[in-house]
Design a protein around this ligand. Structure first.
Ligand code: FAD
Length: 317
């Protein structure tokens, strides 16, 4: 079922979450043991991230290095199919531009369509490790807008092979990412919003936000979107702080800020357990307020911490 149908049919805020494919060589049981503790909260859908290749340096005998490309977390599409098969819950694969030619994308979408996967989150994808800027494949997409166009074309039976006529119309419900505190590459929030509007006009049907720790950022962002004519569901992405080091790391990695009150509370903690507890309590407070404001879904970035997400969900669902 489409994410938009899940939202339309529900009278209350839905629960969903995101998981990462396990590292190469690990069993799919790692996925199931991340999902199982969260089933009792009736997830409407489960997102599975996509990870492009990384480079590792392999030493040669002569002391120089070979730069080897490797995908450390393959398996997104197969994991989505496995989730839908085992749990009968909609899985949402993330599809990225990085590392994909347009033909690779088309083939991936054909696979998803054959597997009965209705939803996809269309993203540019992270930069290659160590790269300051995003580098697309020679025949790949530069940004998520171009990817959304390709998906929308397939929804209208238009494939990249121009000689192909009467192509089957797919029916993907496409989501896109958005950034209440601005994407790092955007010169300012207004320009970022204008680009977001283009993604929506191109066919995005729902948005998922970057994590934020101050609900005001989300509420202001939703208002700005509505003022600009972006009227599709804006799903808040939620992550509890689980380690002291995240106070410094998360702002750098995700271009977000952490409120002073939360920073001070975490700073005072003496043990990892105390940090977790502060993170959980803050997150519960955020979730309760978002629910009161009728957020369509609370979408949790689990990051391998299903037990913590479960402790939060118990208090709110
Ligand atoms: P885009 O929408 O292409 O653009 C990002 C920003 O760049 C825009 O907001 C805009 O400010 C600017 N921009 C780009 N092109 C233009 C233009 N032509 N004109 C003006 N401005 C422009 N990464 C992964 O690798 N795998 C994942 O599974 C993954 N999942 C994610 C899930 C969510 C909910 C979020 C929020 C992020 C996720 N990411 C993932 C990270 C994401 O790939 C990065 O944030 C990436 O840098 C941007 O992706 P995007 O789709 O928002 O990019």
């Amino acid at each position: 079922m489409k994410i938009t149908d899940h939202i339309d049919k529900s009278k209350s805020t839905l629960f969903s979450f995101e998981i990462l494919p396990p590292l190469k060589g690990k069993s799919i049981e790692a996925i199931y043991s991340a999902i199982d503790p969260l089933l009792e909260f009736n997830p409407a859908f489960i997102d599975v991230t996509y990870h492009r290749e990384d480079f590792i340096l392999k030493p040669r005998k002569d002391g120089t290095y070979d730069r080897i490309s490797t995908r450390k977390r393959p398996g997104t599409v197969a994991i989505c199919a496995a989730i839908m098969n085992k749990y009968k819950i909609d899985a949402v694969p993330h599809l990225i531009c990085g590392g994909f030619t347009k033909e690779d994308t088309e083939n991936a979408l054909i696979d998803l369509n054959f597997l009965g996967i209705d939803n996809v989150l269309a993203l540019r994808g992270d930069n290659k490790k160590g790269d300051r800027n995003f580098e697309a494949e020679i025949d790949g997409h530069q940004n998520s807008l171009e990817l959304i166009h390709q998906i929308e074309n397939m929804n209208n039976g238009i494939y990249i092979d121009e000689e192909l006529i009467n192509g089957t119309d797919t029916a993907f419900c496409t989501g896109a990412a958005c950034y209440p505190e601005k994407h790092a590459d955007a010169p300012n929030l207004k320009t970022d919003l204008k680009f977001l509007k283009r993604k929506v006009d191109a066919g995005a049907k729902f948005l998922v936000t970057q994590m934020f720790f101050d609900n005001k950022a989300y509420f202001d962002f939703v208002k700005n979107c509505r003022d600009l004519g972006i009227n599709i569901p804006i799903i808040p992405g939620i992550k509890p702080i689980t380690k002291k080091s995240q106070i410094m790391q998360l702002p750098k990695i995700f271009n977000i800020s952490i409120p002073e009150d939360l920073t001070e509370a975490i700073d005072k903690c003496k043990t990892d357990q105390e940090v977790e507890q502060v993170g959980i309590e803050w997150c519960i407070g955020q979730c309760k307020e978002l629910m009161q404001a009728k957020a369509p879904v609370l979408h949790f970035y689990t990051m391998g911490k299903s037990k913590i997400i479960s402790a939060i969900a118990k208090e709110i669902f």
